[in-house]
Design a protein around this ligand. Structure first.
Ligand SMILES: Cc1cc2nc3c(=O)[nH]c(=O)nc-3n(C[C@H](O)[C@H](O)[C@H](O)COP(=O)(O)O)c2cc1C
Length: 189
């Protein structure tokens, strides 16, 4: 089982990274091979909105500007068995780097080749001081999964006053994901 963690976090420490580390630990305990990709390091371009709204994304399911690292990212997502999407909450949304990825990827995948369709996806949003915007951020990630046909394994909204028990739950969720559990599986008892 290969699990890809796709992160919109620009930081290498702090709350969001601690959640990523918890997810990693859980996945490793579940015997998965884990890879973390940091979108802020990739510095992908944002969508250039070709033509009158659509470009090659519509018919050919690929981006004309994919050589900036976007095509490579698509290949890595395709080769993953399950995916964990993680982002800090910025302005009640995902980070800008994460949003740029969403914008380009769903254009190629909407009614497309199904690179992540039916894959199990765990969603994690981490909020800061106010905790405002967790739901709208998760909603944005939820919509991305629906546009791309991905299967949402679970959602976690985390802030500084629930991070202790949510971290434990994230670790357990990643472990269950690594062991092949799917959204819709019924648990005993
Ligand atoms: C530009 C920007 C916008 C932010 N907007 C929000 C927000 O809308 N709601 C919120 O609770 N936190 C917000 N934050 C705080 C981050 O969500 C927070 O830093 C992160 O999720 C968790 O903390 P970490 O930085 O320790 O990883 C914002 C931070 C930045 C830099």
């Amino acid at each position: 089982m290969k699990i890809l963690i796709l992160s919109g976090n620009p930081k290498k420490d702090g709350l969001c990274q601690s959640l990523i580390n918890a997810a990693k630990q859980g996945a490793v305990h579940g015997a998965a091979e884990v890879e973390e990709i940091r979108l802020c390091d990739l510095r992908l371009d944002s969508c250039k909105i070709c033509g009158s709204g659509w470009g090659t994304c519509r018919e050919e399911h690929c981006c004309s500007f994919g050589s900036d690292g976007f095509d490579d990212l698509k290949t890595r997502l395709q080769s993953a068995d399950a995916i964990i999407l993680v982002t800090p909450v910025y302005w009640g949304e995902t980070t800008e780097a994460f949003k740029s990825f969403i914008d380009r990827f769903r254009r190629c995948e909407y009614g497309g080749s199904g690179i992540i369709s039916n894959k199990q996806i765990l969603l994690i949003a981490s909020a800061g001081g106010t905790g405002n915007g967790l739901l709208t951020c998760l909603e944005q990630m939820d919509r991305f999964c629906r546009h791309t046909g991905a299967s949402i394994f679970d959602y976690f909204g985390v802030n500084r006053w629930n991070s202790d028990y949510k971290k434990t739950a994230i670790q357990a969720a990643a472990q269950a994901l690594a062991k092949g559990r799917k959204n819709g599986d019924t648990l005993p008892g």
